[in-house]
Design a protein around this ligand. Structure first.
Ligand code: UD1
Length: 457
């Protein structure tokens, strides 16, 4: 436990790196974070724009011709991948990383095909489907397949497009969608408030002929952000932020400048990190109302949570108390914060049950947490976690973005050295993670491992 433990440890077959790690990793091998646990996080951190919004804002820039500007863009790997994809489709992208400004110049003519080499790297590539079919009347998108957290179906995206008059088939690993006559407004009921399906249908319907009603739509803040940008571009959308979206199609949209909503999952990750390390962290540029349930759970765990004019502060003085959670679509508890709360429960007083309702493989990472000494049992979509007084550092592997982040949090709270490998997953969603953690006082560095199989704690 951070509050009452001292730590020590030594190095292990890894080369310390500076900011030139990007080129070095090509030659040296797999990147890892080496963490010496036991330091409380103290200070301030600023959150950037949301990954799960900005990727869609980039995709929807394809709905119009001309220069779109997106600000508060996080410097993460997924933005690079989406930049490559929209460039492949014919747009020109300029990214001022330090300023967080991304400009996308979209020409009159666009390509219709999103290739597998990019889609397989980032499932969110599917978000170009709606804009392409709306704008070109045709789209060929590689099927993304499942990933580390689940099978991730597309049936609701496709059924909705078919209702709007599109023909959708699949061939040789590609989805072929076409609507040569322009999409037609329709009434669509989603079986489940899917984030991706709501976005695809929203982006497809803004240029459709007539009115589209999307019922049982997802209400995530990122969908509100996408809706706002579409409205600024001239789209007619009613019911933004509710589960019924009513879209009156327009003939064309215009390019705009839009600021990305702040990343509530990154903000929530900092909140849990503060609580797990008995720290005191002010999280700036964050909207605490997007995290109401998560912050309330932290308060139940014993943290002092206060709202700030531009964010919130989390302070913890003692070992957390175990808190149960159940993941649900927004405004329910976010599945993307579930791994972080499991990590916190692993060092809490008491036992908690966590129920995952969104992704069937999201408990896979628990085996890595167990390597750090956590007591977690899983049964179908439930996990029972009995808190241990402390975890003990060990080499662990990151399988996806949020699981990777939660292993880092566990490492910060563990005794001794934890090495989290395959951090390219964490890079997909967390900008500036290691420098921000260092500025809060964490003992963490980015290293490169020549042979990950030989890592020792
Ligand atoms: C998005 C987020 C992800 C977050 C999730 C839920 C991005 C890039 N990713 O993912 O970080 O965890 O929302 O908040 O924004 N499903 C179907 N058929 C469909 C659509 C979805 O069965 O047509 C299922 C999925 O397999 C999954 C569940 O519904 O089990 C939730 O999916 P969805 O809400 O669409 O999440 P994503 O958009 O994939």
């Amino acid at each position: 436990m951070v509050c009452d433990s001292g730590n020590s440890g030594n190095s292990d077959g890894m080369a310390s790196q500076d900011s030139s790690w990007g080129s070095m990793r090509q030659t040296l091998g797999v990147d890892a974070f080496r963490i010496t646990g036991g330091k409380p996080l103290l200070g301030e951190v600023r959150v950037s724009g949301a990954k799960n919004s900005v990727l869609k804002l980039m995709a929807l820039s394809l709905l119009t011709q001309g220069r779109t500007q997106i600000t508060s863009v996080p410097d993460i790997l997924d933005v690079s991948i989406m930049s490559r994809l929209v460039t492949r489709l014919g747009a020109r992208v300029e990214w001022e990383r330090a300023e967080g400004i991304l400009s996308i110049d979209v020409p009159e003519e666009l390509e219709q095909r999103a290739d597998y080499d990019l889609v397989r790297q980032m499932r969110a590539s599917i978000s170009v489907l709606g804009p392409l079919i709306a704008r070109l009347g045709v789209a060929d998108i590689a099927l993304p397949g499942g990933d580390a957290i689940g099978s991730r179906g597309l049936d609701m995206h496709l059924a909705g497009l078919e209702r709007m008059g599109a023909k959708v088939t699949s061939q040789h690993g590609y989805l072929l969608a076409s609507a040569p006559e322009r999409l037609k407004g329709a009434s669509i009921w989603l079986d489940f408030p899917s984030v991706g399906a709501t976005e695809t249908l929203l982006m497809a319907s803004v240029l459709a002929e007539g009115t589209t009603i999307i019922d049982n739509a997802a209400r995530e803040p990122e969908i509100v952000d996408i809706s706002h940008m579409l409205q600024e571009m001239g789209a007619q959308i009613d019911g933004v932020g509710t589960s019924t979206l009513i879209v009156d199609g327009v003939d064309e949209l215009r390019p705009v400048t839009h600021e990305t909503v702040s990343d509530r999952i990154v903000a929530g990750t900092w909140a849990v990190a503060a609580a797990m390390t008995c720290g005191d962290v002010s999280v700036r540029n964050a909207n605490p109302h997007h995290l109401d349930i998560a912050l309330d759970k932290l308060a139940s765990a014993g943290a002092e949570v206060t709202h700030l004019p531009d964010g919130f502060r989390v302070r913890m003085e003692d070992r957390p108390r175990a808190v149960g959670i159940v993941t649900l679509p927004y405004p329910g508890f976010a599945t993307d914060l579930q791994p972080q709360f499991i990590a916190m429960n692993a060092i809490a007083y008491g036992t908690a049950m966590v129920t995952e309702n969104l992704f069937e493989s999201r408990f896979k990472f628990v085996n890595e947490l167990v390597r750090l000494g956590a007591d977690v049992r899983t049964e179908a979509h439930h996990a029972i976690i009995t808190g241990r007084e402390s975890l003990s550092g060990a080499p662990v592997e990151s399988h996806d973005i949020r699981a990777g982040a939660s292993l880092v949090l566990a490492g910060l709270a563990a005794q001794g050295i934890t090495t989290v490998t395959h951090v390219n997953h964490i890079d997909r969603g967390y900008a500036n993670f290691v420098p921000d953690l260092q500025s809060l006082g964490a003992d963490i560095e980015r290293v490169s491992i020549v042979d990950p199989a030989r890592v020792s704690g």
